[in-house]
Structures are given as C-alpha cells and as structure tokens.
Design a protein around this ligand. Structure first.
Ligand code: GLU
Length: 372
C-alpha cells in the first residue's frame, strides 16, 4: 500500500468548513468580525481555485443570548430556541457581509436531524445543495435550533457538518475548533498526551482515547468529533481537526499548522455507491433493452424505459433494477413513490406533470444514486 500522506487542502474539490461558536462569538464583545473577515478571504481563495465551499457555522445561540441579555450557562430549551431565532439572522448576515466584498453569494440552509435521516428529505436537501453549489453560492448551514427539540436534534455541529459533507459528496471537511487535533489522552489533564498527525483507522483504541460520553452541557467534545470523523470517512471524506483561531485558518492549514487528519479508504463517489449497494431493496423496477444500454452507459433511469414496477416504496427508498429477462442490473434510490412510478412508467419525462398533476424530477433514479 502507498504510504499515507495528509490530504492537501489546496487540492480540495469540495470543502466543508465547520466553525465553532467560541471562534466566532466573544462573550464580552460579540461577533469577532476581524477573524471572520480573515476566514472569508481564505474561502475566497479556495473558491478562486475552482473548489466548492460549504460553511457549517455555529453561533446562533451564543449571538442571540448576548443580544437578549440572557445569563451565561445552560439555557432552558425554550430560551435556547428563542436565542437561536434572534442569533441566526445576525449570523447569516455576518457571513453575507464578509463574503460579498469577494463577489461571493451566500445562502442560508437550516436543517434538522430528520432532513438527513429521512431518505426523501435527504435527497431533497442533496438536490438543493447541489443546485446552490452549481450556482457558485457558499451555503451557510446550521441546525434549525428554533424548531428542533432535544429528542430530534443533532445538538452539535461537528456531526451535522460530517453529515452535510457526506450529503454533498465533499472530499475534505475541516473542523475549526479550540484544540489543534486529536490526542491520545486529554492534553489538559495528561502531560504525556500526544497529538496524532494522521488517523488511518478509527480503532476501538482510538475511540477509547476520545474519553467518556459527553455530558449534557458540553457540546462538540472529542467524542462528537470522533463520531463526525467516522461519518465523514465512511462517506469517503477526509476530515481535519485544527485550532481555528489563527487569522487565516485555512492558509495556516495549508502552511502546515498542527492538525489531525482522518483519512478515508475510498473517495466520496465510491463510498456512496457502496452505501447504496448495501441497502435492502424495497421494490423492483423492470426496464427495457434500451434502458439497459443507457444505464450501462452511465445514464440516469428515465420513466420511459420502465416496463414494470413491483413493491411498495416511498420516495428515496432503494429499489432493485431488473433487465427484460428479470436479471438484476443494479440498485438505486428512487425519486418517486411506488404509485407515482407505476403511473409514469413507460412515459416520457415531459409527460410527468400531465400525469401526476405536478412537475417531478425527470429521472426516476438519478445516476448518482445508482449502482449498476
Ligand atoms: N447550532 C448551535 C448554534 O448555532 C451550535 C451547535 C454546536 O455548537 O455544535 O448555536
């Protein structure tokens, strides 16, 4: 096997950067605008190289609580939700203000845990993010804290950022944090703790080093960072933890700042195909010879090529794709329910609206969501 080397941030194709509240918001003076301007300059540089950038930013609650004059310490859920409502609008505006001088358009994306767990909503957020990125926009993502209650929340943006990175097929995720990497023990308590440069596999030993379960108060401890790393690398995305406070953090990373990289075994496309291949199909779609040729040529599956639909499934569910002789061709996530798929089978994509009464997506199974 080739020796492992750290990913090069200047070679990133699609980069997700997670910004923690403590970097962005100072308890006394509020938003750290100077630091944010430095980050914006870094983002502009990455974009100028042709890479896509997604920012996952915390800070809505921290900002909102300052504006509302709420006390330090843990807030009751309702107050945290109110603080998020007040803070998020300021947070989004702050990013807009620092990025627009670079000619960069920003968009606000607020997600909940369900948006990534439910397949239909997952495909929706994936499509929206893809469109934003194709338009050159830098999405500013946060959890929708105002509506997410405790049982249905991510609660920490480390795991949210990893989920977003996998959703958009990013190749690199950078967690800008208050620690400069992953250590063999808590460096604040254990002077013998050493920082890892690269982690190739998240073994049980590595997991044990992250310490016990996080308490209700501490968000984004090492444990959640390691969970984030697992999600990211399983999705084919490399993840770095670094100290985010330098004035130009991404430049600092490119210049060799301390960090820990978690290395994936496969690239995002391969990992996504494996993920789909491992799913249990909930239905079957039989296609004609023309469609077989199109699919083998790397095309999406259009309703026109479908001769039969079997099973009960919802939008975003995995289905098996069968050829004319009922041979298994592959598997994919279908963009229509079983009833809709039956109605539009054999029809041209332009007829979809007339049949269903609403415009749908042209493909039944998009090529990115398919293994053949
Ligand atoms: N979504 C929360 C906020 O914006 C932060 C969660 C976290 O810090 O991980 O305030």
């Amino acid at each position: 096997m080739a020796p492992l080397t750290a990913p090069d941030i200047t070679a990133a194709r699609r980069l997700v950067v997670k910004i923690g509240s403590a970097l962005l918001v100072d308890r006394a003076s509020g938003l750290r605008t100077e630091w944010l301007a430095g980050l914006a300059a870094d983002v502009a540089q990455v974009k100028a190289r042709g890479a896509d950038v997604v920012l996952v930013s915390s800070g809505s609650i921290a900002l909102g609580r300052k504006v509302l004059g709420l006390p330090d310490g843990a807030l009751p859920l309702e107050q945290a939700q109110a603080a998020a409502a007040v803070g998020q609008i300021r947070l989004a505006r702050a990013y807009e203000e620092v990025l627009s001088p670079h000619g960069i358009t920003t968009g606000q994306v607020l997600v909940t845990l369900e948006d990534t767990e439910d397949r239909r909503r997952y495909l929706n957020s994936r499509a929206t993010m893809e469109t934003l990125l194709a338009l050159g926009v830098v999405p500013i993502v946060n959890e929708n804290d105002t509506v997410a209650t405790d049982e249905i929340r991510f609660g920490d943006n480390d795991r949210l950022a990893a989920q977003i990175a996998v959703t958009v097929g990013a190749d690199q995720l950078i967690l800008l944090s208050d620690v400069d990497g992953f250590y063999s023990a808590n460096p604040k308590e254990d002077p013998t703790a050493v920082r890892f440069d690269l982690v190739e596999q998240i073994t049980p030993q590595i997991e044990a080093m992250a310490g016990g379960p996080i308490s209700g108060l501490s968000k984004g401890g090492m444990k959640t960072k390691l969970m984030a790393a697992k999600t990211a690398v399983a999705g084919g995305c490399a993840m770095a933890i670094m100290e985010g406070s330098p004035p130009r953090p991404l430049t600092a990373l490119a210049q060799g700042a301390n960090r820990t990289w978690f290395i994936p075994q496969a690239d995002p496309q391969v990992a996504r195909k494996r993920w789909i291949a491992a799913m249990k199909p909930r239905g079957e779609v039989t296609v004609d010879a023309g469609a077989v040729a199109a699919l083998r040529g790397g095309k999406s599956l259009l309703p026109a090529g479908v001769t039969q639909v079997a099973g009960q499934f919802g939008r975003g569910d995995p289905v098996a794709i069968l050829g004319p002789a009922a041979e298994v061709l592959g598997k994919g996530l279908i963009r229509y329910t079983a009833a809709e798929a039956r109605a539009i089978a054999g029809h041209r994509s332009a007829e979809i609206e007339g049949i269903l009464g609403y415009p749908g997506r042209a493909a039944l199974v998009h090529r990115d969501d398919m293994v053949v």
